[in-house]
Design a protein around this ligand. Structure first.
Ligand SMILES: Nc1ncnc2c1ncn2[C@@H]1O[C@H](COP(=O)(O)OP(=O)(O)OP(=O)(O)O)[C@@H](O)[C@H]1O
Ligand SMILES: [Mg+2]
Length: 359
């Protein structure tokens, strides 16, 4: 296992002109455990000292911000600030002022001059997170700033040179965004100097046991349970999951399991895994996950006669939804009308039909 202890503690101590601190829980070591992750680490190590602009691509929770922090911590800017701005959360009206700063009186409410993210990150690294969500008008302005390496505050005519390393990250496919005219191609080419693609966790399952143990240790220590461990059946269960939320999902599942476990061993039953949406859309029965959850709850509550009660609810619901029409109710349930009649009779919803024997 390779655990890269980053110098983020330094960054954590730092505050910026925007009054932001890097929260201490962000100063976690990055784990690069399997060949795919190690290839990513090698690339990050190679690029970190170069000061080149980076574009980090990956699904949600794959560690894009973690990778950006890792690069910062390995770079010669490591003693400068690391700031992350969520481009999707920039308000439409104030976005330009937030990014590039403004002078006093530049707009209503601008009671004093304020530096923007680019100036605040001076000497360090600025992560433009969710770059794919940056409003189009700002994309043009960002392109100019990146090309000219200077910013002009709103309400000013004086350009200030910038001294930041820019890292952009996205979980949206920028090629489709370009095709749909939501993202400027020229900005894409400007950002795309060196691209790092973080593989989803389902493609680096070899990393699962080490990552899981890493989070068990992290949360065990944090919660005053340093001896807690994870069982091999729990690890097998983790390996069977599809991890649509990637490393963040794994981290949350383990954190939760540490909280749920009374003893010192996390068992598979302590893992609260959500059914992955892909399984539902891949033709699996969409009813199944909800029924499963209800079923588990009923078992936990110790509800008796579950089979009979589920059957009754199904038949009664179909009968009600069909306004008492037996043919339609039978269709809804996918059974013959005779089967339905028998069920209805057993349940006392219809009187039992007596066979008339003649003769
Ligand atoms: N290689 C890794 N080693 C250890 N922890 C990791 C690693 N990669 C990610 N994590 C952890 O997983 C969580 C999610 O990572 P991060 O926030 O960097 O993902 P992201 O790709 O930026 O997600 P999003 O797209 O949702 O913003 C964080 O708590 C981070 O500490
Ligand atoms: Mg992120």
């Amino acid at each position: 296992m390779i655990i890269a202890q980053t110098a983020l503690a330094e960054a954590a101590a730092m505050s910026t002109g925007l009054g932001l601190n890097v929260p201490p829980e962000r100063s976690l070591p990055a784990v690069f455990a399997d060949p795919a992750s190690q290839a990513v680490q090698a690339m990050l190590d190679r690029l970190a000292p170069t000061d080149a602009m980076l574009l980090i691509i990956g699904e949600t929770g794959t560690g894009k911000e973690m990778a950006a922090r890792y690069v910062h911590a390995q770079s010669r800017r490591r003693s400068g600030p690391f700031l992350a701005v969520n481009c999707g959360a920039l308000s439409d009206t104030l976005a330009e002022a937030e990014l590039f700063g403004h002078e006093k009186g530049a707009f209503t409410g601008a009671v004093r001059a304020q530096r923007g993210w680019f100036e605040a990150a001076s000497g360090g690294t600025l992560l433009l997170d969710e770059i794919g969500d940056l409003p189009l008008p700002l994309q043009v302005k960002l392109l100019r700033v990146l090309q000219e390496r200077e910013v002009t505050r709103l309400g000013s005519r004086v350009a200030t040179p910038i001294n930041v390393r820019v890292i952009a990250a996205t979980n949206v496919d920028l090629h489709s965004a370009i095709a749909e005219k939501r993202f400027r191609e020229d900005l894409y080419f400007r950002l795309n100097v060196a691209t790092i693609t973080l593989p989803p966790l389902r493609e680096r399952k070899g990393a699962l046991p080490i990552l899981a143990q890493h989070f068990v240790k992290l949360y065990g220590d944090r919660l005053g349970r340093p001896n807690i461990r994870i069982s091999s059946d729990a690890l097998v269960r983790l390996a069977c999951h599809a991890w649509p939320g990637n490393i963040r999902e794994l981290e949350n599942v383990i954190h939760n399991a540490v909280l749920l476990t009374h003893g010192e061993m996390i068992q598979s039953g302590h893992l609260q895994l959500m059914p992955p949406p892909q399984e539902i859309s891949r033709g699996a029965d969409p009813l199944e996950p909800s029924l499963r959850v209800l079923f588990q709850k009923a078992i936990q509550d110790g509800a008796p006669n579950l089979f009979a009660r589920v059957e009754r609810t199904l038949v009664q619901s179909a009968f009600d939804l069909a306004d008492g029409n037996q043919v339609r109710a039978a269709e809804y349930l996918g059974v013959s009308r005779n089967t339905l009649r028998r069920q209805l009779s057993h349940m006392g919803i219809l009187p039992l039909r007596r066979r008339v024997v003649s003769g």
